[in-house]
Design a protein around this ligand. Structure first.
Ligand code: COA
Length: 415
C-alpha cells in the first residue's frame, strides 16, 4: 500500500498528547496517571526535537524518537542514539511506516555526523534485524527458590549493613552509586536525569499485584556502596506455604561484598518462596555465588539491539584487547555508505578505520558486526553459524581476540 500521502515531519510540543496516546495504544497499556504523564513528558521532551512522526492528515500514524545517550565501550564512552517508542497505529500497519522512519533516522544520523551507533530494546526479536540492528548484549533472568538460595562465603559480607530507605527519597544516592557502575562493563548507559527519577517512581499501574517499590542501601563504615530496588508479591499455596516472590528491578554494588550482602538480603525475605532477578549480566556474580546453581531457573535473552550507523566511526570509537590489522568487507543493504572494504587497525589504546582497496580478510554483514561490537558474541561463534566468512586463514581468530572484552556487555536499564 502506498504511503506517499503520509507526511514525515519533526515532532513539536503540540504533538505530545498524540504521542502519548499512540504510545499507550501500541504498547497495550492502561492510560497513565497525571504524575506519570508529567515525568514521561520530561523524559520524552528532553530530545523531542529529534522525534519524528508520520502523519495521515493531522492524525499521528507513526512515531519514533531519539534520545542522546552515552554508552560504555572498551576505552571510554561513545555517543549512542537511543531509539525510543517506535510505534505505528494498528490502523496503519504493514504499509512501510516503520521502515520509512528507521531509514530516515539512520540517514540523518549519517548525514549530520551525529551518533556513530544507534541502540534500542525491541518488543519482538523479529523486527529490527532487517534494518541491520544486531544482538549486541544479552540479559539473564534468575529465579532462585528461597530454601536453596545459599551463597558461597564472601569476605567482608558481614561488614555491609543493609538499610531500607524511602524509595521516593532515594534518587540522589542511588544515581550516584549507579553512575559509578557505568564503564565496568561495555554496553552500559549513562543514566540521564530525569531517568533516575523514572526508575525510582512507583506508579500504581506498574505494581501488577505486587507491593510498593522498596529501596535498600548497602552501607559500609558510613559509605554507601550499593543499592537494590524490589517489590514483593504476597501469595500462598493451598498448603499454606509461601509461593510469592521478591522481584528485583535493580541491584548495583561497588564491590563483591556489597553485591553479596544485597543478594543475601533479597534472597532471604521471609514469607516469600524465592527471588527473581531480572535482566542481570549473563555472567552475573550470582552465577558463581549461588551454592545450588541448578536450583535456579535461568534464562537468557537478547536485550540491546545495536546498529552501526557509520562503520568507520563506530569501529574507531572503541579500542581492542589485542593489536589488530584487519580488512573487513562489509555488506549493508540499508546504508550504502557502509558497504565495502574497511581497514581496521588498533590496539589497547587507539584505533583507526579507513576505506581500502586491499583484499578482504573477513566478509561480514553490518548486522553481525554490531553483534560482535561490544564483545557479547565472537566472530568465531558467528562463523559457526555461517554468518561471517574468512578469506584469510586465522582472521576469525585474530578478530575474536581483538574484539573480546573481559566481562559480558550489559544494558543495565530499559530504554
Ligand atoms: C512494529 C511496528 C512498529 C511495525 O510497524 P509497521 O509500519 O507495520 O512496519 P513496516 O510496514 O515498515 O514493516 C516492515 C517489515 O517488517 C515486518 N514487520 C513489522 N513488524 C513486525 C512484527 N511485529 N513481526 C514480524 N514482522 C514485522 C513487516 O512485515 C515488513 O516486512 P516485509 O518488508 O517483508 O514486508 C508496529 O507493528 C507496532 O507499532 N507494533 C507495536 C509496538 C511495537 O512493538 N513497537 C516496536 C517497539 S521496539
Amino acid at each position: 500500500m502506498p504511503t506517499d500521502d503520509l507526511v514525515l515531519r519533526r515532532l513539536t510540543p503540540a504533538d505530545m498528547p498524540q504521542v502519548e496516546e499512540l504510545d499507550t495504544l501500541v504498547f497495550l497499556e492502561e492510560a497513565s496517571s497525571e504524575a506519570e504523564r508529567v515525568l514521561y513528558e520530561e523524559i520524552t521532551g528532553l530530545d523531542l526535537g529529534r522525534g519524528i512522526g508520520v502523519f495521515d492528515g493531522t492524525e499521528l500514524a507513526g512515531v519514533g524518537t531519539i534520545a542522546a545517550l552515552e554508552m560504555s565501550v572498551p576505552g571510554g564512552l561513545l555517543p549512542m542514539a537511543g531509539v525510543l517508542i517506535i510505534g505505528v497505529k494498528p490502523t496503519h500497519r504493514r504499509r512501510g511506516i516503520m521502515t520509512r522512519m528507521i531509514r530516515h533516522q539512520l540517514r540523518e544520523l549519517h548525514e549530520e555526523g551525529l551518533e556513530p551507533v544507534a541502540g534500542l530494546t525491541a518488543s519482538e526479536s523479529v523486527i529490527y534485524g532487517r534494518f541491520g540492528y544486531g544482538q549486541a548484549s544479552y540479559g539473564g533472568y534468575f529465579a532462585v527458590p528461597r530454601e536453596r538460595s545459599a551463597l558461597r562465603p564472601v569476605a567482608g559480607i558481614d561488614d555491609v549493613r543493609i538499610r531500607l530507605v524511602p524509595t521516593a527519597d532515594s534518587v540522589a544516592v542511588c544515581e550516584q552509586i549507579h553512575a559509578r557502575q557505568v564503564g565496568k562493563r561495555p554496553g552500559m548507559l549513562v543514566r540521564p536525569e530525569p531517568w533516575g527519577r523514572w526508575y525510582a517512581a512507583d506508579f500504581d499501574r506498574r505494581r501488577a499485584g505486587r507491593s510498593a517499590k522498596r529501596t535498600v542501601l548497602a552501607e559500609r563504615g558510613g559509605e554507601r556502596v550499593g543499592y537494590a530496588r524490589y517489590r514483593t508479591r504476597d501469595e500462598t499455596g493451598a498448603n499454606g506455604v509461601a509461593t510469592g516472590y521478591t522481584d528485583i528491578e535493580e541491584i548495583h554494588a561497588d564491590d563483591a561484598a556489597a553485591f553479596a550482602a544485597l543478594s543475601r538480603y533479597l534472597l532471604g525475605i521471609d514469607l516469600t518462596g524465592g527471588a527473581r532477578f531480572w535482566r542481570q549480566p549473563v555472567d552475573s556474580p550470582l552465577m558463581y555465588l549461588l551454592e545450588d546453581l541448578r536450583a535456579a531457573d535461568m534464562r537468557v535473552r537478547e536485550v540491546l539491539y545495536l546498529r552501526l550507523v557509520d562503520v568507520d566511526r563506530a569501529l574507531a570509537g572503541r579500542v581492542y584487547a589485542h593489536p589488530i590489522d584487519l580488512v573487513l568487507e562489509v555488506t549493508d543493504g540499508l546504508c550504502p555508505w557502509n558497504a565495502g572494504r574497511w581497514r581496521l587497525t588498533g590496539d589497547e589504546k587507539t584505533a583507526q578505520c579507513v576505506p581500502t582497496d586491499a583484499s578482504a580478510d573477513l566478509v561480514i554483514d553490518v548486522r553481525e558486526l554490531a553483534a560482535v561490537y561490544l564483545g557479547g558474541t565472537t566472530f568465531a561463534a558467528l562463523e559457526q553459524a555461517a554468518l561471517v566468512t574468512e578469506s584469510r586463514p586465522g582472521a576469525v581468530l585474530d578478530a575474536s581476540r581483538a574484539f573480546a572484552t573481559p566481562l559480558a556487555p550489559w544494558l543495565q536499564f530499559g530504554i
